[in-house]
Design a protein. Structure first.
Length: 595
């Protein structure tokens, strides 16, 4: 229901676009289904190809290594090997040399039995020598290697051992597992060629893919490529094999996310050799044969959307555009713009609507101007009346102060006082200028505080903050700050005999300027504050507009409801007055005030 409400609230253009898209959506679904079906077929064929290659490679390895293991077991009974291991102490050098040469030939034959054999060595501790198929004849005995390769293994389930990142199949005699851990008298070791294995792996991989061969219980790995994702592929294969397949010889096919790329992985394990083969390729390579079809589908989609947009736009131009223009005109009327006329060249239904709209606007313009002129004259007269109501008793007090100074012949203070007094009355009697820069208003208020400083002596101290640079040229009505300060002197601190304080501060924020005036008078309580706040709310009558009410009324006439005064009890117990002057536009909420 909510979705339907949202759809019905859309304009004509998106409704047309959505309608055409809904009509075309079955065609898109059929096309995507055909593309996905083709992708599944290709993916299945590639998967079967990878599976057959993995099974073929693993079968080849099992055959080769099974042959190597069986030949290795037969060599345990080699006469020369047994003689050199048991009777080398009683043999002369010629006999030793002849036996070693014959043994090396046998080792060479074992090496040639499989291309995956790198070297075949016979470790003979009694002679402290190693006879290898790759060496000229003999080499120095390596105790560390001998110990590492003498571990007992099940050569038909887990035949491999590792030493110094090299892979071996070893046969110690006698086997420590069946001879009470007695040290073998000789050791036959076949080293597996990692480069040959890697080369064959590369031959079995496709473009963009790779393969990795690794042991299960014995940790070793051979990669058919130099890609850094091989360990991650191997880890994914291991997890998948343990979680999804109970039989270790069963192949596994799965997809894995490695980094930001998706791969298809085929895993094949061997229970005979205790190792796993993982072959992988990017998933996008699997469906690369369908890239052209998908591209054409994208082209068809783009063309269809363009056609839908163009057709919808043509209807938009015929129907919606005139309506939209008419709606914009109504919004301009709501903003008070009555001096407009909309043109429509055709003589259809919209032509009739536009003609009636223009006639209505003309009539509204006449009526609004008549009402506006009346309100503007009334408000202008009220503004001048309010400005003339500035407290006149200040003039009387000033003359009495001058009288006392003259009687005391205090000529310096008379000069100082009359200078400020002249500036004060020059400012308040200035005609023809309803608004002044805020800097001038602040300077006038400072002049007023200088005069009051002479009157009250040291009883009242004034703390006048610096006006921010960016606010100095704000146009404000005249005499809005000085009456607030005057109220602090007259009503808040006049009866305070000492330590009176008045603070004037400024604070800028987005869209407005706040001016704070606070005194530390002790005659204000909550009841009196509520009465003053109530008068501010009912400051519409001009006969009440004196002091704070005067200022509040004039600010609201100039700025509307966004500006004005707020009153509260300050931190020191006196009255805290906040004056808000809007910065953006400065327009009244009543559109007839600022026309």
């Amino acid at each position: 229901m909510k979705l339907w409400t949202k759809l019905t609230s859309l304009s004509i253009y998106p409704k047309l676009v959505l309608t055409f898209l809904l009509v075309l959506s079955p065609l898109y679904l059929i096309s995507w289904k055909m593309n996905d079906s083709g992708a599944d077929t290709v993916k299945k064929e590639i998967t079967e190809s990878l599976l057959s290659r993995a099974s073929l490679y693993m079968g080849m390895l099992e055959f080769d290594f099974d042959l190597v293991i069986r030949l290795l077991q037969e060599y345990v009974n080699d006469d020369d090997l047994l003689t050199l291991s048991s009777f080398s102490e009683v043999m002369n050098e010629i006999e030793k040399m002849q036996a070693q040469v014959r043994l090396k030939k046998h080792l060479d034959q074992l090496k040639k039995s499989s291309k995956f054999v790198e070297n075949v060595s016979a470790f003979i501790p009694a002679m402290n020598r190693v006879i290898s198929s790759n060496d000229n004849l003999i080499s120095a005995f390596n105790e560390e290697q001998f110990t590492a390769l003498s571990k007992s293994t099940n050569r038909f389930e887990s035949p491999f051992l590792t030493w110094n990142d090299r892979i071996f199949i070893s046969l110690p005699y006698p086997d420590p597992a069946v001879s009470s851990n007695r040290q073998p008298i000789f050791l036959l070791a076949v080293e597996i060629s990692k480069p040959v294995l890697a080369k064959v792996l590369r031959e079995f991989t496709a473009d963009g893919g790779g393969a990795v061969l690794a042991g299960n219980r014995v940790e070793w790995a051979i990669s058919g490529s130099a890609r850094e994702l091989d360990p991650a592929i191997l880890e994914q294969n291991e997890l998948n094999r343990h979680h999804e397949h109970e039989r270790t010889d069963e192949a596994s096919v799965f997809e894995a996310m490695l980094g930001s790329e998706k791969y298809m992985v085929v895993g094949k394990s061997s229970s005979k050799l205790d190792m796993s083969l993982s072959m992988y390729m990017p998933s996008d390579k699997v469906t690369s044969s369908l890239a052209s079809y998908r591209s054409w589908l994208y082209v068809l989609s783009a063309i269809s959307i363009i056609i839908v947009l163009l057709f919808s736009y043509s209807i938009y131009r015929i129907i919606h555009q005139p309506l939209k223009h008419l709606v914009r005109s109504f919004r301009r009327i709501e903003q008070g713009q009555f001096n407009l006329a909309v043109n429509y060249p055709l003589k259809d239904e919209f032509g009739y609507l536009y003609g009636q709209f223009n006639a209505m606007v003309k009539r509204l313009d006449v009526l609004v101007h008549e009402v506006y002129e009346q309100q503007y004259r009334a408000q202008n007269a009220e503004l001048r009346h309010l400005q003339s109501q500035i407290n006149p008793h200040f003039l009387y007090n000033s003359y009495f102060i001058l009288y006392r100074m003259a009687m005391l012949k205090d000529h310096d203070n008379v000069i100082y006082f009359t200078k400020h007094l002249g500036e004060y009355f020059q400012y308040i009697t200035r005609d023809g200028q309803e608004e002044v820069p805020l800097e001038s208003e602040v300077q006038h208020t400072r002049t007023y505080t200088e005069i009051q400083g002479v009157r009250f002596g040291g009883r009242i101290a004034i703390d006048f903050a610096e006006l921010p640079e960016s606010a100095r040229n704000i146009a404000v009505p005249r005499l809005i700050l000085q009456p607030i300060v005057e109220n602090a002197y007259s009503h808040g601190l006049e009866n305070k005999r000492r330590n009176g304080r008045i603070r004037v501060a400024f604070e800028e924020s987005p869209g407005q300027l706040a001016i704070f005036v606070e005194d530390n008078g002790d005659s204000l309580d909550e009841k009196k504050l509520r009465e003053m706040q109530a008068k501010l709310q009912d400051a519409g009558r001009a006969d009440q507009s004196t002091g704070l009410l005067n200022v509040h009324r004039r600010i609201q006439i100039r700025y509307g409801g966004a500006g004005g005064l707020t009153l509260q009890i300050g931190e020191e117990g006196g009255l805290h007055v906040t004056m808000i002057i809007p910065r953006e536009g400065g327009a009244s909420d009543d559109p007839t005030v600022n026309r």
